[in-house]
Ligand binder design. Sequence first.
Ligand code: GDP
Length: 405
Amino acid sequence: SLLLLDKFDNNSLPPSSFIPSDPRIKSEHCPGCGAKFQTRDRSKPVVTEEWQESVTSERSFLSYLKKKDDAIIITVVDIFDFPGTLLEHLDELIGTKNPNILVANKSDLLPKDFNETRIKLWLRTISEKLGFKNIHDVFLTSAKKNWRIQELSETIAAIRSGFDDIYLIGCANVGKSELINSFLRNTVEEGWRHKVTSSPIPGTTIGMIGLPLTLFGTTFGYNPKGFHFPQESKYLYDTPGIINKKQLVNLLNEDELKMVIPQKMIKPLTYYIFPGKSLFLGGLARIDYVEGDKPIRITIFSRLNPHVTSIRRADEMCQSMAVGDKTFLEPPIINSVKRRIEPFPPLVRGIKRHALKGLRGTTMSLKDIVFSGIGWASFGGSYERAIIDVWSPNGTGIYFRDKPL
Ligand code: GDP
């Protein structure tokens, strides 16, 4: 989320220029939801609590974008929490006239040697399955490390007619502010170096904030030395981070988030699991090898610690967690003093008796099970058939991926 701009090493742009000055926003009321803006005090955000409440309802905000037909929409998702961070039915919500670019961010967390083409294909396939078909292009970025930011800006520059605003949309915490920072860093002109602050806790977003495109120098194809400024009154909008109920991170408190969100590149860990065994990822995910002929190989890509035990013992541990007894499987941190929005849901079998097909004599990974927001497990080994159960909080957020990354 974008909170406020700090650090001006350029005096030519006073802080007030970051208050949205789009005429629609000057109109005291939000054109999307009717909430009142505050415009008297320039040192304070334009958006009020009223607006903040109304924009967290995703429809009111997105219906505003639906009415527009001169916008470039950049939909940002977190590659580590995909498809959990993809809003469903985006095509319907934002209309089909505006070019739409899907940006999967935080790729620096992926294990090294990831296959970019394959990941992009997977992103596109799943997005289309979830009703998001109108995708102009897909990028796998790291805002933090500036990966693919140049290519992304060039693509935006190429499709902008010079008259379009740019909207960044996405769930809270996918890295929209960080992306803005990387666009600012990408600016070729010296002296155009600003920074926006971002917050690590989801749900702290305030309303839509417009940054004049001129601030980005040459990033989106603007020539600061030119005589006319077609984009002078055009903006890059950091839109409210929509709180997506599907996101697992919404169930966690601050301390738990720190345990789940990877800080650096994920190192895979491989286990051979026998029938009758269960593998936990902290207390957030569980895979049971219910029936089979041979051990299966499970490679875990997650920040959370795997723990292997018997299925019987795993059932006992889940029962303890359900009645609020502390176990060493964390997160969730049972009886945490930190605030949690809702009580932590129990682990539920989201996938029952799934038959994994193996391939004798091969060591290839044949299938991934993705726990959106937690990580994924890659399955392989020379078994012929293996029956597994897969558990997650409330049984949600589990996805199959046929071509492992
Ligand atoms: P927003 O809510 O969508 O604006 O997200 P922020 O930009 O505030 O970022 C949310 C969290 O993700 C922060 O802790 C960022 O440091 C982190 N983050 C953002 N972009 C990246 C990235 O490319 N790589 C990694 N590893 N972390 C990122």
